[in-house]
Design a protein around this ligand. Structure first.
Ligand SMILES: [Zn+2]
Length: 484
């Protein structure tokens, strides 16, 4: 079995003020054939699995390039086209192949391309022809467009949010696509548009139970795979929204009916899927009223993992004003402040201005007398099996609040974001994280309670406040009954 595999991913927040150039990919993952690190990375899980199959199944694996950027605004057109064409040239050079496995994000937008993955996959299909199986793994925060469904044979999304299962899903993709290449199965995809924008964290009910349920349906009645494409509400593209995807072994009608049935079940649960958001002061009231343990408060509106600046100061300002101590907050993306802390040195107390720089949605900077408690060059944090760079980092104490300042814009993923900088979270009553839900995998188990705030920011909980121009209606919550 000869397989070509490559990866290309960016989650594009089209409302973000920060564009993504090739530099943004170099910051996260930008490697040529054979250069992918040995440890797995989120979007390139299919490549990592193909490497294992080379050892266990004797696959002849041709690796292409892997490009991934941290979430931000549109990818610059020329850079998108150049990286895309690099992968396509590598595929042409690899022919003939028995199948193709690609790890993509699914919500990548470039100037002039609302559907980057659809564009890439249509070109891949033209190159390999109609009969070579093309399998794709996507982040569930994707736009599951008709173009990409038409161009690929099998699409599988991660089931978990936090995304802890990219390897398992890539293994399923490898199983199904290689079986197709061997003539053992004939995958067909069925898609149902749920006509809504919503959040689907699987760390809580009812989504937890729903994911367990669909996993129980796989492997029976010819059902090969079921994915919930959550959609990515912060990408203003025509086909933004949640979709149900069922892959069957040549049972199109059955798959269509199952996709609709499951999609309508989630539609009926739409008001319960996203956790309630508390205003900042209500969240802080609740957090400090606890007498034991640590309360984790999520600032999803300023989540760098959704394309935000990660430097907003609204919650921190209220914590300082209220005199909340034994607290921690992070990360705040502010490379200039980090540099000033390194200049000051560990143990130094000085006046620092930090945060509140990227956009109006970041709020005003904080001016405070701070103590530099720890400095780490090239700091990291872990997310599942992945080690993610946060760059040079500084921990400062602001009136009893430990704040982590970082150089690489990234959300809070692992508790080691704090502990690597000498902050013991067990000693903190309140821990505020810049993250929508990925934090939950590591911070959930240590938290007495997890709260979600309704702070201002570029990823508002009420998406009706965003200036969409391309979104297709009717769609909930813009339209109360898009089926009427
Ligand atoms: Zn995602």
């Amino acid at each position: 079995m000869r397989c070509f595999t490559a990866s290309f991913g960016a989650e594009t927040n089209t409302f973000s003020p920060m564009l993504t150039s090739r530099e943004g990919y170099r910051e996260r993952l930008h490697v040529g054939p054979g250069e992918h690190p040995e440890q797995p990375t989120l979007y390139a899980a299919p490549l990592w699995v193909a490497r294992q199959r080379k050892k266990t199944h004797g696959w002849d694996v041709v690796e292409g390039s892997c490009f991934a950027a941290n979430p931000a605004g549109n990818t610059v057109k020329a850079d998108y086209e150049a990286m895309r064409d690099t992968i396509l040239d590598e595929l042409r050079a690899a022919l003939p192949v028995d199948f193709v496995l690609l790890g993509l994000h699914g919500a990548q937008v470039a100037d002039g391309y609302d559907d980057c993955e659809g564009d890439l996959l249509a070109r891949v299909r033209t190159i390999v022809g109609p009969t070579v199986p093309v399998g794709v793994e996507l982040d569930p925060h994707c736009h599951l467009t008709q173009k990409r469904v038409a161009a690929a044979d099998v699409i599988i999304c991660y089931k978990e949010f936090p995304h802890t299962d990219s390897i398992e899903r890539a293994e399923e993709l490898a199983d199904i696509v290689s079986a197709q290449a061997a003539g053992k199965v004939k995958p067909v995809m069925s898609v149902f548009d749920m006509r809504m924008l919503n959040g689907f964290p699987t760390s809580r009910q009812p989504m937890r139970g729903f994911v367990d349920k669909i996993m129980g349906l796989e492997g029976k009645d010819g059902v090969l795979s079921i994915s919930v494409a959550h959609g990515f509400a912060f990408g203003d593209v025509p086909e933004v929204g949640a979709r149900m995807l069922v892959v069957t072994d040549d049972r199109k009608e059955f798959g269509d009916a199952l996709a609709e049935k499951l999609g309508r079940e989630l539609w009926d649960l739409r008001h319960e899927l996203k956790p309630p958001g508390l205003p900042i002061d209500a969240a802080l009231d609740r957090a400090v009223s606890r007498n034991q343990g640590t309360v984790v408060v999520a600032d999803g509106a300023d989540n760098p993992g959704g394309g935000a600046g990660g430097d907003s100061t609204f919650i921190l300002r209220r914590m300082i004003e209220r005199g909340i101590t034994e607290a921690a907050l992070g990360p705040i993306w502010d490379p200039i402040a980090v540099r000033m802390c390194f200049n000051a040195g560990e143990g130094t107390r000085f006046n620092l201005r930090f945060g509140g720089k990227v956009a109006v949605t970041s709020g005003q900077p904080i001016d405070a007398t701070v103590t530099v408690t720890k400095l780490v060059r090239n700091a990291t944090q872990t997310f599942g099996r992945e080690v993610r760079a946060v760059g040079d980092a500084a921990a400062i104490d602001v009136d009893g609040i430990a704040v982590v300042l970082i150089t690489n814009r990234i959300q809070a993923l692992g508790t080691d974001l704090f502990t690597n900088l000498g902050i013991d979270l067990a000693q903190r009553r309140v821990v505020v994280v810049k993250s929508t839900n990925h934090f939950f995998a590591a911070f959930g188990p240590m938290a007495e309670e997890v709260l979600y705030t309704d702070a201002p920011g570029p990823l508002p909980r009420d998406v009706r406040t965003l200036p969409y121009t391309k979104l297709t209606r009717p769609k909930w919550p813009f339209d109360e009954n898009p089926w009427g």
